[in-house]
Design a protein around this ligand. Structure first.
Ligand code: SAH
Length: 359
């Protein structure tokens, strides 16, 4: 059993009124508190018991690394069972921080270009372990007053497939929305495209209407199946149908949809692929495209060349697509997209290189 504070709390205080649990959660997110002893709105006996039995943190820092520019930090966190997950803090264009959180230890999706995919799935994280990644970074920033203090955005683009851990991701996001200053448009769940869960989102009244990004990576079925092995013959028409219904139901400036597209040299970056992507997107309507330069994770793939990316972009622009290109951060600490694989106990050469400061 993993740390699940609700279960422990209910076991300790089966007769507690519902508002007590709310106070417990609020205490966890109170920036002035560093332990249950500070939660003076809880009865003293309860605080004493919580201090003894309810973990204040469900994740434990194993190793922090910082990039040479000090704009990216990566932590390996130990979770119950001795495994590790990674979580990243990145400076954003607003001068605040975006955190990239993990939803699983490893991942079952096995996308060919992603390092996490190579680990396979070890287990899904409990909601406490996901929400505590935000708490870990807020504490870190409090302890580093020389850094800007505010986390303004969260992306579920760390290890794992968030929609394969639907309930825990939903609980986490709802907890953040009620207990932090994060708003709906500042949280993005990125998914490989788990269609049954995407369907569920259309009707689930508890699902928070945060931003969604789907890792499309190719609008030609045959190629997509090669790089995203969970894809199947009817995936693209089904995704198209779902996306139309999603936008019909929720589409507005706040709830737009993004397709992510990792640029792999000679694999999905030719003009024919660009035209297929434009056609697919234009059938759906108001979808944004986020091109991601491929970050090296092995020998199988290379990032598209700069001229190939430019040509690809031009075709998309001619077809009136809204396209952004993702900045790559933290490459020197293997913290960029798709590079998250735990190395905490086995330092790699990246970990030991001299420009890295390890705490
Ligand atoms: N499981 C989720 C989150 C994955 S990480 C998903 O599939 O969306 C976030 C994004 O980084 C995804 O679009 C993922 O496909 C992409 N990614 C994975 N490996 C990458 C790599 N080596 N270089 C660039 N992007 C990568």
């Amino acid at each position: 059993m993993y740390v699940n504070r609700k279960r422990i709390f209910d076991g300790l205080f089966p007769d507690a009124k519902a508002f007590r649990w709310k106070q417990v959660i609020a205490a966890l997110f109170n920036p002035a508190f560093s332990g249950w002893k500070d939660a003076s709105n809880l009865p003293e006996e309860m605080r004493t018991e919580l201090e003894r039995r309810l973990p204040w943190m469900s994740v434990k820092m194993a190793l922090i690394q910082e990039s040479a520019q000090r704009d990216t930090f990566k932590v390996a966190l130990e979770v119950e069972g001795g495994q590790h997950i990674e979580s990243v803090l990145m400076m954003n264009a607003r001068g605040a921080w975006t955190i990239c959180v993990s939803s699983q230890v490893g991942c079952a999706m096995r996308c060919g270009f992603c390092a996490t995919g190579k680990m396979g799935l070890i287990r899904s994280l409990d909601a406490d372990e996901i929400m505590d990644q935000y708490r870990f970074w807020t504490t870190f920033l409090r302890e580093h007053p020389d850094l800007p203090p505010r986390i303004s955005n969260v992306v579920f683009m760390g290890m794992g497939e968030p929609l394969a851990n639907y309930e825990n991701v939903r609980t986490t996001v709802n907890t953040w929305l009620s207990n932090t200053d994060l708003g709906h448009t500042r949280i993005t769940v990125s998914t490989v495209g788990v269609l049954p869960r995407l369907e569920q989102i259309l009707t689930d009244t508890d699902w928070p209407h945060i931003r969604l990004a789907v890792s499309l990576h190719c609008a030609i079925e045959e190629t997509r199946k090669k790089i995203v092995p969970t894809s199947y013959d009817e995936f693209l028409p089904k995704l198209e149908d779902w996306a139309k219904r999603y936008l019909q139901k929720f589409g507005n400036r706040r709830h737009h949809l993004t397709f992510e597209y990792v640029m792999l040299k000679g694999v999905n970056d030719t003009p024919a692929h660009a035209r297929a992507l434009a056609k697919f997107v234009n059938h759906i309507g108001n979808v944004r495209v986020n091109l991601i330069p491929y970050n090296l994770t092995g020998v199988e793939f290379e990032c598209s060349t700069e001229p190939a990316i430019q040509e690809f972009l031009e075709i998309l622009h001619t077809k009136h697509l809204i396209v952004t290109t993702r900045r790559t951060m933290g490459e020197d600490i293997a913290a960029a997209c798709g590079q998250l694989i735990v190395v905490a106990n086995k330092p790699t050469t990246e970990n030991t290189s001299s420009f890295l400061k390890t705490y």
